[in-house]
Write a protein that binds this ligand. Structure first.
Ligand code: ASP
Length: 332
């Protein structure tokens, strides 16, 4: 279909000119839009199972007349504020020095994006990332500078270390062993969320407290535009979870989107990006607990989700129904 559309257009205007133009300008034609596929209503896709309240909050924002950026922000704010979620926002497990440090980013389908790294004391890092996107000429603010920016813009400084997280940290201190953690549905770190409204506008957000007991200052893939999240409404979006270092090394979410741009389905794009990780760095394939995974959504509303090893779940709201699924995986 894509190819047919392209050929038809090209033959009308003169093939040579069109090929050059297509290569240079990457036009929006060639992909069926969400509306054209007959899908109904918004699509909300996120990593893991953080509960139905996540897609519900995103949908509520859209129903109230909000944008997809509002939707993704509101969706991920749910686990950020939940002290029982030990891997995102308030209640997140700290670094090895007992400090909760948060990473988050947000991006719309038109190339606007914002990100905060190594941010402490602010319960909703995604909202600070959004402010970086909307109120500054920059993309990333980090550490004390990000905190200062948040405080200057009305965010409140809070203690994010819950008694439970502190207890877990003290328990860890007894051995202080640090291996890359086993990531699965009971122990995961990140919510990445993609949304598309009924008109096909897209956005994404990703937020995490990162790896528990990490070296102070460590930042993973989650707040890195192109690694933990990438959205282009001409094509689709992708977001990742798992061992962030592995994802950064292949610019994972950008890679998934570019594979979709070149005609791959979201599922194939996720698989190829994961294969790229272990092709370049076979040591990851040797780790029996190694998990990296992507979820992806293309402009036509098709969904992909895959992890390297078994364990990834994702939550999808589509055609009015919300369900949690086990993702396919590569290493059987
Ligand atoms: N990707 C996150 C990080 O590396 C962790 C996770 O998603 O499990 O910080």
């Amino acid at each position: 279909m894509k190819r047919r559309t392209f050929i038809k257009t090209a033959s009308l205007a003169g093939a040579a000119t069109m090929i050059t133009k297509n290569a240079l300008s990457e036009p929006r034609s060639g992909f069926l839009s969400h509306a054209e596929t007959g899908s109904k209503g918004p699509i909300i896709l996120s990593t893991w199972d953080f509960g139905k309240e996540v897609p519900q909050s995103a949908l509520k924002a859209l129903e109230a007349g909000g944008t997809v950026v509002d939707a993704v922000e509101k969706g991920v704010m749910v686990p950020e504020a939940d002290p029982k979620v030990t891997s995102v926002g308030y209640g997140g497990f700290p670094d090895r020095d007992g400090k909760v440090t948060l990473d988050a980013c947000i991006m719309d389908g038109e190339g606007n994006c914002g990100s905060v790294l190594f941010l402490e004391h602010i319960i909703h890092p995604v909202s600070v990332a959004r402010l970086v996107m909307e109120k500054t000429q920059h993309v990333i603010l980090a550490g004390d500078g990000a905190l200062q920016f948040a405080l200057e813009n009305g965010f409140k400084k809070e203690n994010l270390l819950t008694p439970e997280a502190e207890r877990a940290w003290k328990q860890w201190l007894k051995t202080s062993k640090y291996n890359l953690p086993k990531v699965d549905k009971d122990n995961h770190d990140t919510i990445g969320l993609l949304a598309m409204d009924a008109k096909g506008n897209m956005a994404g957000a990703c937020t995490t407290s990162g790896m528990a007991w990490k070296i102070r200052g460590r930042v993973g893939d989650s707040p890195i535009i192109g690694a933990g999240l990438y959205v282009d409404s001409d094509v689709g979006g992708a977001t990742s979870t798992g061992i962030g270092e592995a994802v950064i090394k292949v610019a994972g979410s950008f890679l998934v989107v570019e594979l979709m741009r070149n005609g791959k389905s979201p599922q194939d794009a996720c698989r190829i990006a994961l294969e790229r990780i272990v092709h370049k760095q076979p040591k990851y394939a040797e780790g029996k607990d190694f998990l990296a995974g992507f979820v992806a959504l293309n402009k036509a509303g098709e969904v992909g989700a895959m992890s390297y090893r078994k364990g990834l779940q994702y939550t999808l709201h589509k055609d009015g129904v919300t369900k949690v699924y086990d993702a396919e995986y590569i290493a059987k």
